[in-house]
Structure formats: C-alpha cells, structure tokens
Write a new protein. Structure first.
Length: 125
C-alpha cells in the first residue's frame, strides 16, 4: 500500500507489473474527482511519449520501484481520456478506468473520505 508520504516521491520512479516486468516511469500522480491521489500516469513506449493510467490501489514500493498488481499489457491498454493532465479525473473517466482494471467504482457519496474509493472485484496484490 502506498502511503500519503510516499505519494510525493512517486514521480520519476520505474513502474513494474506484478511479474516484475518494467512498464515505464511515473510521470505524475493524478487525483480523482474528489482530489485524492488515486492514479499514477505511467510513461510508456520507447521515448515515454505514451501515457497510461494505473490505479494506486493495491500498488506498493519495492526498493526504488513502484509495483502495480496488473500485467504490463493491461496497463498499456488503459483507455485514453479526454481530461487534461492538470485536472482531476471526471467521474466518467474513473468509471471507464475502473471497468478496464476490473475494479468496483464507488462514488464519493458512498465512502468515508478516509477510505479508498476503489475496491477490487478480484483479489489484487
């Protein structure tokens, strides 16, 4: 699990999938529509021009790298979003991402602010 203190250190870290394969590098941490840091934008491709969002739910740090509970192909196939990178994700964006990662999206109105908004439909980690 990623702590609030670790969130600030994620930019620039290598991202690896659950099998240890490198996916890319964290470009930025994206907030959800409530402003909580929920997603990591991972730069992928030869020059890092492509960007895929991956949930921080279920991720952890292993040494200097961020390990996510998904395989590389799933992360690289994440849906393209229309929300500009400097803005929080919209609810529609979050729903599309949660569907892609097989996560249950629960709206702000159903969750206490101290709890994560994403609950796995399957065991991740």
């Amino acid at each position: 699990m990623i702590t609030n203190e670790q969130i600030r250190t994620l930019t620039g870290r290598d991202v690896h999938d659950r099998a240890g394969e490198k996916i890319g590098t964290v470009g930025r941490v994206r907030p959800d529509d409530a402003g909580r840091p929920t997603w990591a934008a991972v730069r992928t491709g030869l020059f890092g021009f492509s960007e895929s969002l991956v949930p921080l739910e279920g991720a952890h740090l292993d040494g200097g790298r961020l390990v996510v509970p998904f395989d590389k192909a799933t992360v690289k196939r994440s849906p393209a979003l229309e929300t500009p990178p400097e803005e929080p994700l919209t609810r529609d964006d979050e729903r599309r991402l949660c569907d892609h990662y097989d996560l249950l999206w629960v709206g702000v109105e159903h969750v206490r602010p101290s709890r994560p908004r994403l609950l796995g439909r399957r065991f991740i980690g």
